[in-house]
Write a protein that binds this ligand. Structure first.
Ligand code: PLP
Length: 399
């Protein structure tokens, strides 16, 4: 999708409040009344254009659903109370007992733990593969496989999924290609590249203020309606509903996403290139030595850059820990998990957000304890921020 098509569509989404407010009114009701009992009865059977109960949907969540479907170029969307709520509901809607998932091995630790530890008790099993090796992906597919799962830009190793090639494999084997696009909103448009379902943790870039938890599932009308079905829909029956107040605040923050992503990407590229020049091992998809640099250039929406996430190798776990504490002391940002905040956030994925993955598996995928993951902030003057980071690295003897 051309970048101006996405942003133009987002800019043209105008929702007015009931008294001509320039923001839509916030739904302050968990239930809705009907003129006719017959219409209420029918609403349980099929969409009638009436709201019924906020766990199903409300005007406030519908505004955000529509905006996020526009962002991802899908026909519909269903917001959820968290990214994990979106991931688990999608899996439960698509997989029943004895079904199978083929997943990238470099996914968010919570997703990995869900698939590895929780789903087997429901007889849903997962094979984890190196998503960049298409032959491995295809070999892992069995007649029971229902989902091919990956992150567009993986957490925390920043592998890039070849979505067009994965989509071909999914189509050939009649699987749903589910792509978590949390790290790369606007930079990558998975649906346009062939994904069936696109997921986000709204908690990250889309909200961008680290004050809310939310998620979304974007897909075809039929699938999204199935999630909300009162008889067997995973979001309707498991109940991971986004609160109306939060839906309204996230919608407002979404309006500045294009500007924010451009600034995050510009700043991250600056830090990545300069740290690499100093001899630091940097993983960033905008660096020409990144294994998927060429692929990224083929599939990304250039106007939004390579994203705001980068990972460095500090050499040892001790140096990684010392660097993060030193950077926090020097007000570079916060030693905190999560991403997409206006200030820089840094954490140690090996000992933190990916610690659910066993030590042996982390080693196999190069996810060592010496890594530091950065979510680079919106700093106006990134060159002076960079000089402070360099100074911190010198103090803890990384440089
Ligand atoms: N997907 C990715 C890539 C993430 O990084 C995270 C959280 O860190 C999630 C999903 C889960 O999102 P949430 O914390 O909103 O449940």
């Amino acid at each position: 999708m051309k970048k101006n098509e996405i942003t133009r569509n987002l800019e043209r989404l105008h929702y007015s409040g009931e008294f001509k407010g320039i923001n839509p009114s916030i739904t302050d009701s968990s239930t809705f009344w009907f003129d006719k009992a017959e219409t209420m009865a029918r609403t349980f059977e099929e969409p009638t254009g009436n709201y019924l109960y906020t766990r199903h949907s409300s005007p406030s969540t519908t505004y955000l659903d529509k905006a996020l479907a526009t962002l991802e170029g899908t026909a519909s969307a269903n917001t959820t109370a968290s990214g994990m709520g979106a991931i688990s509901a999608t899996i439960f809607q698509l997989c029943k007992a004895k079904d199978h998932i083929v997943s990238s091995r470099t996914v968010y630790g919570g997703t990995y733990a869900l698939m590895k530890n929780f789903l087997p008790s429901l007889q849903i099993t997962t094979d984890f593969v190196d998503i960049t090796k298409l032959d491995q992906v295809e070999k892992a597919i069995t007649p029971q496989t229902k989902i091919l799962y990956c992150e567009a830009v993986s957490n925390p190793l920043l592998d890039i999924a070849n979505i067009p090639a994965l989509a071909k494999i999914a189509k050939k084997h009649n699987l749903k290609l589910v792509v978590d696009n949390t790290f790369s909103p606007l930079s990558i448009s998975p649906k346009k590249l062939g994904a069936d379902i696109v997921i986000h943790s709204l908690t990250k870039y889309i909200n961008g203020a680290s004050d809310a938890i939310g998620g979304v599932i974007c897909g075809e009308e039929e699938f999204i309606n199935s999630l909300r079905d009162v008889n067997d829909g995973a979001t309707m029956l498991l109940g991971p509903t986004l609160d109306n107040m939060r839906a309204a605040s996230i919608l407002k923050n979404l309006k500045t996403l294009p500007l924010r992503i451009q600034q995050h990407s510009k700043n991250a590229l600056y830090v990545a290139e300069n740290l690499q020049k100093e001899g630091i091992k940097v993983i960033y998809p905008g660096l020409t030595n990144h294994p998927s640099y060429e692929l990224m250039k083929e599939i990304y929406n250039a106007d939004f850059g390579f994203g705001g996430m980068l990972t460095i190798d500090a050499g040892t776990k001790e140096k990684a820990f010392a660097l993060m504490e030193k950077m926090q002391e020097n007000k570079i940002g916060y030693l905190a998990v999560s991403l997409g905040y206006y200030h820089t956030l840094f954490s140690s994925p090996g000992t933190g957000t990916s610690s659910e993955i066993s030590a042996k598996e982390r080693l196999a995928m190069g996810l060592t304890d010496s890594l530091v993951r950065f979510s680079i902030g919106l700093d106006h003057d990134i060159s002076s921020t960079y000089e402070i980071i360099k100074g911190c690295m010198k103090e803890v003897r990384i440089l």
